[in-house]
Write a protein that binds this ligand. Structure first.
Ligand code: AMP
Length: 278
């Protein structure tokens, strides 16, 4: 496995392998099975897989969240090596950002202003800025993203369309713990008891799906809110019923496969997200 710390080294490696097809998997490290699934899928579809490990400072609206983000680099490299990832790119901030560089802003027709974009101001400006940089350096044919970050996936698709980049964006279903909890690097910040409490996110989504025919969206939301209020360590930030393709809020359920229910909540101060499409 080749490990590159600078874009110059990575670019020169890629140009000497330009005949091979490339797939890209961006991550912020603290890797879990969800990330590895993305790499495995990418491997099955390309000659070379490039996985980046970079905690992108511009997508954090809170400095303390950025500072607390788990860092397990040596473990991550071991896990990537075990599954035969070809290339890892682990740049320093200075390799990707100039001093005082401003983030980019694109108009995504409101897609970046709802849900995560509403509650984490500027988050998607940071995401598109870094993804555009990665795409320009790596120029992959394919890039793999998880359904867990559904809004990010849709925004990256919109970005490639806007910039007319010849990159296929591929979505991988959310990988879950046995408990149903969506795997997330942030789960590493929770103890056993808290991890158990965190299963409420997925349970809430399943409850919405199961009762979507006999209860209204308003009733579903109210019932879920009550469950969250019963527990002091939990705080529901949003539970949103949306149109899967643009994440616009809906008041009635759509045709099968067109509704996305998205949830964000704090568990013992750690912010988690999840979603379900039905
Ligand atoms: P992150 O390191 O959290 O920025 O995530 C890197 C990529 O892994 C993103 O495309 C995520 O959507 C994806 N990802 C994170 N968690 C999961 C999961 N549980 N299942 C599948 N993909 C995931």
């Amino acid at each position: 496995m080749r490990i590159f710390k600078t874009k110059t080294e990575l670019s020169s490696y890629l140009s000497s392998n330009s005949k091979l097809s490339t797939a890209f998997v961006p991550t912020m490290g603290a890797l879990h099975k969800g990330h590895l699934e993305l790499v495995e899928k990418a491997k099955s579809e390309s000659d070379i897989v490039i996985c980046s490990i970079f905690v992108n400072p511009t997508q954090f609206d809170k400095k303390e969240d950025f500072n607390n983000y788990p860092d397990t680099l040596s473990d991550d490299l071991m896990r990537l090596e075990e599954i035969n990832c070809d290339v890892v790119y682990t740049p320093a901030v200075s390799d990707l950002y100039g001093k005082n560089e401003k983030v980019k802003h694109y108009d995504f027709n409101g897609l970046d202003r709802v849900l995560e974009g509403k509650f984490r101001k500027g988050h998607f400006d940071g995401v598109v800025t870094i993804i555009e940089k990665f795409f320009a350096i790596i120029k992959p044919q394919k890039a793999f993203f998880g359904q867990k970050d559904l809004q990010q996936l849709l925004i990256v698709k919109a970005l490639t369309k806007k910039l007319k980049l010849p990159i296929q964006i591929i979505c991988i279903p959310t990988v879950r713990e046995k408990s149903g909890l969506a795997m997330s690097s942030r789960n590493k910040l929770l103890n056993r008891r808290e991890l158990e409490k965190a299963t409420i996110l997925y349970k809430s989504l399943l409850y919405c799906r199961k009762n979507s025919k006999n209860l209204s969206i308003q009733e579903l939301k109210e019932n879920i809110s009550v469950c969250f209020e019963e527990e002091e360590s939990l705080k529901l930030e949003y539970l949103a019923f949306t149109n899967y393709s643009n994440l616009k809020s809906i008041s009635h359920l759509k045709e099968e496969g067109e509704t996305a229910v998205c949830i964000a909540a704090f568990v013992a101060g750690v912010r988690l997200i999840d979603n379900i499409i039905f």
